[in-house]
Design a protein around this ligand. Structure first.
Ligand SMILES: Cc1cn([C@H]2C[C@H](O)[C@@H](COP(=O)(O)OP(=O)(O)O[C@H]3O[C@H](CO)[C@@H](O)[C@H](O)[C@H]3O)O2)c(=O)[nH]c1=O
Length: 339
């Protein structure tokens, strides 16, 4: 099988490609524009593989996309290219509208034309897998309740509104043109090569560089944390075995308040430093309540894979995610990258 993966130089896309090359016989075409968040370093281990190809292409540029489809003849598309950072979308929504909405539209149109031109067998087997976010569901009140695949959309930031729009476009291309699509909505990813604008890597770097730690409000917002390698495996299962038209939520069943995540990181770094140096405890630099909440703040998000038992998720989760040990793993990897 040949998979065309958009956003393959991003945090989640690169984990998917590493997983595919290491654990399957599939071929991969990585289509990535290389924005500020794109990084080919996580792909160094696969770049020499005869099953891997890279195309530096913007998904908004139709001609270039058509050329890539024509040249590589993919059997499926996994669409991960997106502007993803909520704070950036508040400061400047334009790139989010362009990449997440116009880019998805362009990719859908090129995919549709390509799919229409395939022979019957390849046409039936073709998949367009759109990778999206639980941010489209908005907020959960209180500590009970879960998002399900049936939860109504209620996006609150320019970022989540742009992702919700892209989900709607994908569903419309399925309903209107019959394009065989699947959608997944995931919770907060963490793990190796996470870009240091998100809470976990930013906190790790600030702590290691003795900078103040930035926590919005009192840090009581809750997120569900999903290890990126669990997510990569789940995505592969969906593109291979998922039912066309379906939506699958992918979560880590690993809810934590931001402040608890930050404290866990501080504790680990203090322990690591204690072994070799005599630094002041990192926690002393945690100035709570100095930063305001985001205007589009979400108090609690927790997706659940409700009705579709597709893969043995618990087993994967136990293997690689969810524990403080993983934060240590994350720190080690970031250490390797930056120090
Ligand atoms: C960057 C930053 C974040 N925060 C808070 C805001 C949030 O409550 C929480 C996590 O923020 P972020 O790491 O930016 O992630 P969040 O806004 O939840 O969104 C992430 O998770 C989403 C999936 O749920 C993805 O769709 C987004 O692309 C991804 O960025 O930490 C801070 O307190 N301080 C910070 O400096």
């Amino acid at each position: 099988m040949k998979l065309l993966i958009t956003g393959g130089a991003g945090f989640i896309g690169s984990a998917v490609i590493r997983h595919l090359i290491a654990n399957t016989d599939d071929h991969v075409v990585n289509v990535d524009k290389l924005t500020y968040a794109g990084n080919l370093e996580p792909l160094a281990e696969v770049s020499d593989s005869p099953r891997y190809a890279f195309e530096r292409v913007d998904i908004c540029v139709r001609d270039e996309l058509e050329r890539v489809f024509h040249q590589h003849q993919p059997d499926a598309v996994m669409h991960l290219a997106a502007e993803s950072h909520v704070d950036r979308s508040i400061d400047g929504p334009s790139a989010f509208i362009q990449t997440n909405i116009v880019g998805t539209y362009t990719l859908l149109e090129v995919s549709r034309a390509y799919w229409n031109g395939l022979g019957i067998e390849r046409r039936d087997a073709f998949r367009f897998h759109h990778i999206s976010t639980d941010e489209v569901y908005g907020d959960l009140e209180g500590s009970e309740g879960l998002f399900t695949e049936e939860t109504p959309y209620a996006p609150s930031s320019p970022y989540s509104a742009s992702k919700a729009s892209s989900d709607h476009l994908v569903r419309a291309w399925q309903r209107t043109y019959g394009l065989p699509t699947l959608i997944t909505n995931c919770s907060n990813n963490y793990g190796p090569y996470h870009f240091p604008e998100k809470l976990i890597p930013l906190t790790i770097l600030n702590a290691l560089e003795d900078k103040p730690l930035r926590v919005y409000g009192k840090g009581e917002q809750v997120r569900d944390w999903l290890h990126v390698e669990d997510h990569a495996r789940a995505l592969y299962t969906v593109v291979k075995e998922g039912q066309v038209v379906e939506t699958y939520n992918i979560g880590g069943h690993n809810e934590k308040r931001n402040i608890d995540v930050v404290h866990a990181i501080c504790k680990l770094i203090d322990e690591m430093r204690h072994a070799s140096f005599n630094f002041l405890p990192v926690c002393r630099r945690l100035y709570l309540g100095r930063l305001q909440e985001r205007p589009s703040r979400l108090r609690r998000r927790k997706p659940v894979k409700q009705k579709k038992i597709l893969f043995n998720y618990k087993e994967l989760t136990e293997q690689v995610s969810g524990s403080a040990g993983e934060h240590r793993h994350c720190i080690n990897r970031i250490n390797q990258l930056h120090f």
